[in-house]
Design a protein around this ligand. Structure first.
Ligand code: SF4
Length: 343
């Protein structure tokens, strides 16, 4: 059964900084302070709508949950906790900053049935953290991650690509650092330029250029594949549509099907690798075999559309490179596995 979250947004509550890219009011579509009454009403509605209790978490997203005023944080958790105790949900998930984690706060979270903690790491490059006004260090990420795991919580780490001062190489290094921390889940967000942010100001002055969709797809596909190789689940790739993102959007690689574009890219590269080895293309013409026989790319049944690409973009790219292929499904294949046969 698929995991689900009942999301409750705590916009900008507890943030000691405004990070260069962040306007939580825009991202969450919410500007009001979340009240305990709203939490109760949202959770009761979810129970009435018969969410699957074993696979649904209550999720406090959007701010720096453990940096908000302690009394307020506890008042929110007090509303949520009984719903976990009575079996309506399987746990509570929070997102917070790496420098807002310590033994004391983890003790409180444990007592209130919090099960998963997501840290906004964003980058492990000190310069990128500094340039983007994160207000924490690489060391904070490492210490907080280790402590969260040592106390038995599920650990989620979020990273971004295309931040001010970032490069594809730095993003890949961040991914390797994240892998070494062994998180249970990862979220990857290509940087989007929003109104009301520092990056927005720089962009308008021509001092910051966001990634294009193609650049972001190239690097995020590589990251996705690395996490997949290490059995780390990427639970989000790209921003959710909805909220007010479209409204506050200034520039950047925002695409409603960003994750699918990245997965298609992985399949394209795999297919190219295999085809290059098996059927080398001579003189940039259609490879000799394509003229006589049909090349079939097999992928898992559920992955056919990703191998083919949106509007057949992968098939077209392969044809331009010299291979005319058709795509078929084979139930026994793993995700991202591609085999080639000829007929
Ligand atoms: S800590 Fe998180 S919520 Fe707060 S400003 Fe930075 S990115 Fe936004």
């Amino acid at each position: 059964m698929k995991h689900a979250n009942i999301s409750l947004f705590v916009p900008h509550q507890g943030c000691p900084h405004q990070c260069s890219f962040c306007n939580q009011k825009t991202i969450s579509g919410s500007v009001k302070e979340l009240t305990p009454e709203e939490i109760r009403a949202t959770l009761e509605k979810a129970v009435n709508d018969r969410v699957d209790p074993e696979n649904t978490e209550i999720a406090f997203f959007g701010g720096s949950f453990t940096a908000i005023k302690r009394d307020y944080m506890i008042s929110l958790l007090e509303e949520a906790k009984p719903f976990v105790e009575n079996g309506s949900f399987c746990g509570i998930r929070i997102s917070t900053r790496p420098d807002a984690i310590n033994e004391d706060v983890l003790e409180i979270l444990k007592n209130y049935k919090v099960t998963s903690i997501e840290l906004g790491a964003q980058s492990t490059d000190e310069q990128v953290l500094l340039l983007n006004h994160r207000g924490h260090t690489r060391d904070d990420i490492i210490k907080a991650s280790r402590l969260i795991k040592a106390k038995g919580f599920s650990l989620g780490l979020q990273m971004m690509t295309g931040l001010l001062g970032d490069t594809p190489g730095k993003s890949l290094k961040t991914a390797e650092d994240i892998i070494s921390l062994k998180p249970d889940t990862v979220r990857i967000y290509p940087t989007i330029v929003l109104e009301g942010t520092y990056l927005g100001e720089l962009y308008k002055k021509g001092e910051y250029e966001p990634q294009t969709v193609e650049e972001a797809v190239d690097v995020c596909a590589e990251l996705l594949q690395r996490f997949h190789e290490e059995n780390i689940t990427v639970i989000r790739l790209g921003l959710h549509s909805g909220g007010n993102v479209e409204e506050g959007f200034l520039a950047g690689p925002y695409h409603p099907a960003f994750g699918e574009l990245c997965e298609s890219k992985i399949y394209l590269e795999k297919a190219k690798e295999i085809l290059t080895e098996k059927y080398p293309v001579e003189n940039k013409n259609i490879c000799s075999l394509s003229k006589k026989k049909q090349i079939i790319l097999y992928v898992n049944d559920r992955e056919i559309s990703k191998m083919t690409g949106q509007k057949s973009v992968n098939k077209i790219a392969l044809k331009r490179a010299g291979w005319e292929v058709s795509v078929k499904g084979m139930k026994t294949l793993e995700k991202y596995e591609v085999i080639v046969q000829e007929r």
